[in-house]
Design a protein around this ligand. Structure first.
Ligand code: AMP
Ligand code: MG
Length: 306
């Protein structure tokens, strides 16, 4: 595995995989138009089925070549790109995002990431790149370079070190299909921010597949117990939230800041897991703002249906 942007572009062109930093989590990237390369991602992640992937593009202007955007999509893209929002829209016919990357759907998920290294790579490559989280299937997403390399580095031909991810949870996913806007996955762009722009969100995803919704996604090996109001039980590590809750080393945010908690979430789940505790208890995190995304990932780590 080599490191550096030139090697990364060459690897993508050759149909190989690249570990790519984004502001949300580290991705395992491939040329979206190359079905062999995309198949290699599913193999590397050990994904049990072919779930649709997000096509990452360099700027808003590149969206028109792969997706059909309505007014709502345009408003959302203008307001939140580059940034942690994925828009699912009707696919523009063509082979820029192959069938396998879309799991055969007639819609496509698109995002312009904010991380400068990701954008530089996308500009240099010149086409859409799919990049699901660089973890093996079902494990927490990597939010540091070291964790990404540990998870899927063996399958990557090149890797870019962009430092720790500033957001730390996967992008918000909204669909804009048939004139309706639905929230498929909560993330750093919050429900309130989206509704302020496009009005009330649909409560149902009208049957759209959203595999990020699988029950035991994001799970460490140790059992996870959420809303642990009674503190840690024997053998458990407690991930605290807010002043005076547990040890500072294991706190999602000592000051009770949801943004900091999101950025620390997956790294602390992994670090706690490495100590082989009897369990990982997690203090309550309020639902406001980013709290919806944090609680969504925690419920899945704990094996609850969301
Ligand atoms: P990941 O790449 O693991 O962050 O996950 C991508 C997310 O986008 C998953 O939750 C997918 O279900 C969702 N997604 C991607 N493409 C589509 C699509 N065409 N329709 C609905 N959801 C999609
Ligand atoms: Mg993932």
């Amino acid at each position: 595995m080599t490191e550096g942007p030139d090697a990364a572009v060459a690897a993508l062109r050759a149909g190989q995989l690249v570990i790519l930093p984004t502001e949300t989590v580290y991705g395992l990237a491939a040329d979206a138009g190359n079905a062999d390369a995309v198949a290699r991602i599913f193999e590397a992640k050990g994904r049990p089925r072919f779930n649709p992937l997000i096509a990452h593009i360099a700027d808003v202007g590149a969206a028109g070549a792969i997706a059909v955007f309505d007014d709502a999509a345009r408003k959302l893209a203008t307001a939140f790109w580059p940034g942690p929002l994925t828009i699912v829209a009707p696919v523009r016919p063509g082979d820029r995002v192959c069938d396998l990357a879309r799991a055969g759907l007639d819609s496509v998920a698109v995002r312009v990431p904010g991380h400068p290294l990701a954008r530089a790579l996308l500009r240099a490559f010149g086409g859409p790149v799919v990049a699901p989280s660089a973890n093996r299937s079902g494990r927490p997403s990597p939010t540091t370079f070291a964790d990404a390399v540990e998870e899927t580095g063996a399958s990557a031909a090149a890797a870019l070190d962009g430092g720790p991810c500033s957001v730390g949870v996967e992008s918000t996913v909204v669909s804009v299909l048939g004139g309706r806007v639905a929230l498929l996955r909560p993330g750093a762009v919050t429900r309130d921010q989206i509704e302020a722009l496009v009005g009330p969100l649909e409560t149902s995803d009208h049957g759209h597949r959203s595999p990020g919704r699988l029950t035991t996604h994001y799970a460490p090996d140790a059992p996870v117990r959420i809303d642990a109001l009674d503190g840690p039980r024997p053998g458990e590590i407690l991930l605290g939230f807010g002043p005076g809750v547990g040890e500072a080393r294991w706190s999602l945010s000592v000051s009770g800041d949801p943004r900091e908690a999101a950025a620390n979430l997956f790294r602390l789940l992994r670090e706690a897991d490495r100590e082989h505790p009897a369990g990982i208890a997690v203090a309550s995190v309020p639902m406001a703002g980013l709290g919806e995304a944090i609680n969504d990932r925690l419920r899945r780590a704990a094996g609850f249906v969301g």
